[in-house]
Design a protein. Structure first.
Length: 83
């Protein structure tokens, strides 16, 4: 059995913005400090600064001959929540 996971990027750190929530029941409400995370679909996937996804909405075969090769070659960057 073999498994491959996406590599962690180094160009954009992952910092989760705070999000305050309230959980309310019949006896009242409580505030909770949580954080949010953007889906990987909204992040940059690259190998050494080169995009692993092409302008033709496909994975670049240079890095991604198959899903396992892509996961080993390409890194998923953190989200830029300020932009």
């Amino acid at each position: 059995l073999e498994a491959a996971g996406q590599q962690q990027g180094t160009q954009q750190p992952e910092v989760h913005p705070e999000l305050w929530l309230q959980e309310c029941t019949a006896s009242g409400c409580e505030k909770h400090n949580r954080s949010i995370v953007l889906d990987a679909n909204w992040r940059w996937v690259n190998k050494g600064g080169q995009n692993c996804y092409t302008d033709q909405d496909t994975w670049d075969p240079t890095f991604c001959s198959d899903p396992a090769a892509c996961a080993l070659a390409c890194a998923l960057e953190g989200a830029d929540y300020a932009s």
